[in-house]
Write a protein of this length. Structure first.
Length: 141
């Protein structure tokens, strides 16, 4: 009887693994010439990519209907470094988050005159789509 139970259990597990398993396939790299990539997937299945650009002088976002679509998706500049002072150099490692309906970008940046004085900064945007609306600097006063 125990052998029969084991056989039934093994058969059910084998079938359910085949039926319910997912194969997630994506092409690496997700985007060319982008460091520190961060991908956000919405509940609607839209993918957003945010990453450091080679010039380390701005923040850009891409949008696609699939993770592989991010590679060729059009990029939008959403924020540029300051000409002087804080947030004026080494703009890197951005992350995109949506919290309570508001989009946030967390990123590291140095000062224009003291490039290794790096700290974290935050941008916010109330638009439904992070590629639209206005990105505001938070905590700079």
């Amino acid at each position: 009887m125990n052998v029969l139970r084991f056989f039934v259990f093994a058969t059910v597990m084998s079938i359910s693994n085949t039926i319910f398993s997912q194969t997630i396939e994506f092409e690496n790299p997700i985007a060319e010439e982008r460091a520190d990539p961060w991908v956000y997937k919405t509940d609607d299945g839209i993918y957003y990519l945010i990453a450091s650009v080679p010039e380390y002088d701005k923040i850009v976002i891409r949008k696609a209907n699939s993770i592989n679509g991010l590679k060729s998706a059009e990029e939008k500049n959403v924020w540029f470094k300051h000409k002087s002072g804080v947030m004026g150099h080494h703009i890197w490692a951005p992350e995109l988050h949506k919290i309570d309906g508001t989009w946030y970008i967390y990123f590291a940046a140095g000062e224009a005159e003291n490039i290794w004085n790096i700290r974290m900064w935050v941008l916010s945007n109330d638009s439904e789509n992070p590629m639209e609306g206005e990105w505001k600097e938070e905590g700079t006063r």
